[in-house]
Design a protein around this ligand. Sequence first.
Ligand code: AMP
Length: 395
Amino acid sequence: MKTLNDFNFKNKKALIRVDFNVPLNDRFEVTDTTRIVSAKPSIIKILEDGGSCILMSHLGRPKGIQDQFSLKHIVSTVEDILGVGVIFVNQCVGEKAQQAAANLQPGQILLLENLRFHQEEEAGDEIFAKQLSKLGDIYINDAFGTAHRAHASTTIVAKFFEENKAFGNLLAKEIESIKKVMETGEKPVLAILGGAKVSSKITIIENILDKVNHLIIGGGMAFTFVKAQGGKIGNSICEDDKIDLALAILKQAKDKGVQVHIPIDTIAADAFSNDANTQTVAINAIPDGWEGVDAGPKSIAQFREVVMQSKTILWNGPLGVFEMERFAQGTIELGNAIAEATKNGAFSLVGGGDSVAAVKQFGFQDKVSYVSTGGGAMLESLEGKTLPGIAAILE
Ligand code: AMP
């Protein structure tokens, strides 16, 4: 796997696909800088070598050129984080962009305008990709968040660089972390899947059954499995059309020797509200009119034990409706256990959508081994798919 550390960038212009698709408030201030901070190591390495950086990214979902989606809004934040001035050009292809790239000196950073101002970006247009490729000498992909898309800047552009292309530090770290869970992880390997829907995780479950020793199924997803096994789940969320599938998964897991852990008890609420009345009940005996909204104490204790035995841990999806304070306990306790196991030497990877939000909300991001920066890209990797942005570098 070629990374940017295999190159010396002295007097070279690195064309870097970063993921600066950051949230902005109504005053156009960046409200979460994680993605910019994550891109810093690659950029600094190139500058320290004596090279220059041409940064390209998308921001939001513009329809044509729309000022509110201009990357000009993030320039000062990028400068603050990198500690280096940033030249901004209001094009990503065209004469101005070419001129700005041609004038770029070692040690300088150029930020191009939003790639998605051109519909050719998402269409994976070759001519557009070729125009982008003319701007730099070496192509670096450091945007995991878009690596599952075959867009011009994430995938197609790579073909114009032959040998001169590599993964940035961030993307390399993402790939290594996933590999540690899926291939090289020390056993026992545990996957924890929570969240709302079986249907959105089904391909992941099927793929990881060959890789893990333990599987915890929690959150709203668990109720489809409980109902499949004949339990009474009251008003809990359930995908009735996935019941047969749930049974098939349990059988597959048994055949493959994977130990599946489903919650034993649950916090049941009489409404989907933080102010609801609650009671702790067995997961398979939820009274009519009540719904399971968080893992119960027995389940948490059991999950904790599994976590503490595991040497490699993947966590995707919360154990309850963590957005409501009273139903966040299961998710917090699970985070605590994973943090403790990590401290004791386990490798822990958190990724995919809401688990990342939960980890950040409860301050676990520095207590686990790695928090993935890509939602969809992470889920597709766990499904066993080869991401086009990654394949394009390896080709
Ligand atoms: P996902 O995007 O599939 O990872 O699902 C995340 C969502 O699952 C979060 O918004 C949680 O509130 C929700 N969730 C977790 N547990 C439950 C539950 N028992 N009932 C309803 N929603 C849940």
